[in-house]
Ligand binder design. Structure first.
Ligand SMILES: *[C@@H]1O[C@H](CO)[C@@H](O)[C@H](O)[C@H]1NC(C)=O
Ligand SMILES: *[C@@H]1O[C@H](CO)[C@@H](O)[C@H](O)[C@H]1NC(C)=O
Ligand SMILES: *[C@@H]1O[C@H](CO)[C@@H](O)[C@H](O)[C@H]1NC(C)=O
Ligand SMILES: *[C@@H]1O[C@H](CO)[C@@H](O)[C@H](O)[C@H]1NC(C)=O
Length: 347
């Protein structure tokens, strides 16, 4: 029995003793090649322990965008106990996916096991991505909003980065853009100037999104004596980087002049006020102050973003669409509070 791929799994927790006050995502496991089974919520949750699962195509068709569970009792991801996800009473709601979810209580330490039930033979076969756990039930609107959280990395790093002059002063888990059109060297140091960091593997194409690479520290060209990890994203005209496991003592990191930098956006958008394209939204964000910023999001998202809706009401809502109205004229609705933007030219 093949089950559908999961775009979004929203697990909602029923609050038993009304004393809980948290009101936001407690955990955010993208379950993809970039983050593997790590939590990126910032709450410091333990990584999931994967057993008998493989990376597979995600909901957007990209390789490495989800995990595949084979439908046997030994194919699962288990999230170790953490106080933030006390699992006594969970239930799950999702129209798009059926899957089995269990929390096995082992004395006080409760783990969550995805896709296989520990004590009987039920199991889930299919793909799963983007696990979010909340400590309250979400409204439909909140569910729609949070469906972008795992793909947020597609856009946000290119907008919300910290410019940095001296990359040796970088910290873990912050997106940086190197000043002065620099990029991290993929070659390793030319001369023997002590341990110097370099990135193993090429810079990615923009369409690929963020990728994780080894950040090697070695004193000879090409050697990788000590390793950290760097996630790199190609944006328009620059790269952004995020580090994990940087050495405490600030080692050097080699940089090169970025020679391939693109400077021009590839598309120019024309506004069609009072219309919105329905049914093709793949990303939505509120509190986006201007249509220009929404267009920037669309450019950053790459080819997948074919047009966008922007409404200035409610502090600004930006919706990226995976189609243009030209193929779907009947989905273009008149609406006073929205404007539809579509590309008119390739530059
Ligand atoms: C980065 O994280 C590692 C642990 O993963 C830690 O040992 C190191 O001190 C951190 N580096 C910086 C610069 O904060
Ligand atoms: C476009 O997005 C809609 C709504 O999210 C989805 O149902 C549809 O499958 C997507 N189409 C493509 C070609 O990705
Ligand atoms: C609009 O922004 C203000 C200030 O940041 C915030 O308090 C308010 O909740 C926002 N409104 C909506 C609808 O998001
Ligand atoms: C126009 O958009 C607003 C905001 O999204 C929505 O509340 C309203 O129902 C829409 N109106 C029509 C006629 O679709």
């Amino acid at each position: 029995m093949e089950l559908v791929a999961a775009l979004l799994l929203l697990i909602q927790r029923q609050i038993l003793n009304g004393g809980m006050s948290h009101r936001r995502a407690e955990t955010l496991y993208p379950l993809n090649a970039e983050h593997r089974t790590r939590d990126i919520s910032g709450n410091g949750l333990p990584a999931g322990i994967a057993s008998g699962v493989t990376l597979d195509k995600g909901p957007d068709g990209r390789e490495g965008g989800a995990y595949y569970f084979s439908g046997t009792s030994s194919s699962y991801i288990e999230i170790p106990y953490h106080a933030k996800i006390d699992t006594r009473e969970y239930y799950m709601e999702s129209a798009r996916v059926r899957f089995l979810f269990t929390s096995c209580a082992v004395s006080k330490n409760e783990r969550i096991r995805l896709a296989a039930v520990a004590f009987d033979s039920r199991s889930f076969r299919g793909r799963m991505a983007c696990l979010q756990i909340y400590n309250e039930a979400l409204t439909l609107k909140q569910i729609r909003k949070s469906s972008g959280l795992c793909s947020e990395e597609l856009i946000r790093p290119c907008i919300n980065y910290t410019p940095i002059e001296d990359v040796t002063r970088a910290f873990n888990q912050t997106w940086y853009r190197l000043k002065g059109q620099q990029q991290i060297s993929t070659q390793g140091p030319q001369s023997n100037l002590g341990l110097s960091g370099w990135m193993r593997g090429p810079h990615p194409q923009r369409e690929i999104g963020a990728v994780e690479r080894d950040l090697c520290f070695g004193d000879v060209r090409g050697s990788c004596q000590h390793k950290a990890s760097v996630t790199v994203r190609h944006c328009f005209g620059y790269y952004v980087y995020k580090f994990i496991g940087l050495p405490q003592e600030h080692l050097q990191i080699s940089v090169d002049k970025d020679v391939d930098a693109e400077t021009l956006p590839e598309r120019i958008f024309q506004e069609r006020p009072r219309f919105q394209l329905t049914d093709h939204v793949f990303y939505e964000e509120s509190n986006v102050p201007s249509p220009a910023q929404c267009v920037e999001y669309c450019l950053v998202a790459g080819e997948k973003c074919e047009s966008l809706n922007y409404s200035s009401k409610d502090n600004g809502t930006c919706q990226l669409n995976n189609a243009t109205a030209s193929g779907y004229g009947h989905h273009l609705l008149a609406n006073q509070s929205w404007a539809y933007f579509h590309p008119i030219a390739l530059v």
